[in-house]
Design a protein around this ligand. Structure first.
Ligand code: ZN
Length: 264
């Protein structure tokens, strides 16, 4: 089940996306839900729109935090000249970094080196702390796609990654939340990115240093997690720099494709 947030006329509304998994957007429809599914469950209204007739917005604006994991693919750690970590390396992005699918992102004036990073993102459904690996599925609402945009120059020069990873627009999320995804699927899930249509990253979650459940468990040892919090699980190799005018597509198998336009 794919849960999106959309704007029709007034306030953003949650809805269930309906149609074949690999269909064009033009073949999909969306049925509005009553209230917030994070707190009221899935209660469809009778109202259905063609997906083309509404505007999708970020499927979640975290009320408290986005937690990222650095260097979770050995190849990506190596391409940046880093060691593979022995425990998940956590950082935070503010919720003001979130933008939705198809939304333009303005590159920060103080960086000449913003890189894209396609990532599988976990959306938390339940307040929780110190979650054992075996219980992680109980606290997950679903999964979406993230682009962990990173100003590499600021990442090198600043003591903390707050600015490099946290500028406005640094966390495109979407296009929707897939509530039924087997993240431990045999062979893993493909994580890919394309810039202006050209394949740039092509990894699989099977090659992660720390698996999705291990990451959620480790993050929950550091922080109380709230419904709507988002955890980014790291990026495969090939995460390169983008410039204004380019379009980045981030794709996770079984979820969908998140499209972001960059501008100055
Ligand atoms: Zn990342």
């Amino acid at each position: 089940m794919r849960i999106a947030r959309f704007v029709d006329q007034a306030e953003p509304t949650y809805g269930i996306v309906e149609g074949p998994a690999d269909a064009d957007l033009s073949e999909l429809s969306i049925t509005a839900l009553q209230g917030d599914p994070f707190f009221h469950g899935i209660q469809p209204t009778g109202t259905t729109h063609r997906l083309e007739d509404v505007r999708l917005v970020a499927p979640i604006i975290p009320r408290s935090k986005i937690v990222g994991v650095g260097r979770n693919w050995a190849d990506h750690a190596k391409e940046l000249g880093n060691e593979v970590p022995t425990s998940p390396q956590l950082f935070l992005k503010p919720n003001t970094a979130v933008v939705g699918p198809y939304e333009p992102v303005t590159l920060p004036s103080w960086s000449d080196e913003v890189a894209f990073e396609a990532e599988l993102a976990v959306v938390i459904g339940t307040i929780c702390k110190d979650v054992p690996v075996s219980r992680v599925d109980d606290v997950v609402f679903g999964y979406t796609v993230a682009n962990d945009l990173t100003a590499r120059d600021a990442q090198r020069t600043d003591m903390q990654w707050a600015r490099a990873k946290g500028f406005d627009g640094a966390c495109p999320l979407g296009p929707w939340i897939e509530a039924e995804l087997d993240v431990e699927a045999a062979g893993g899930l493909a994580v890919r990115s394309r810039v202006d249509g050209e394949l740039r990253q092509d990894g699989t979650t099977a090659d992660m240093v720390f698996g999705v459940r291990e990451i959620v468990a480790a993050v929950s040892e550091a922080f109380t997690l709230l419904p709507g919090d988002v955890i980014l699980t790291g990026t495969p190799s090939g995460a390169g720099v983008v410039d204004a005018g380019q379009r980045v597509e981030c794709e996770v198998e079984g979820i969908g494709t998140l499209l972001t336009h960059l501008r100055r």
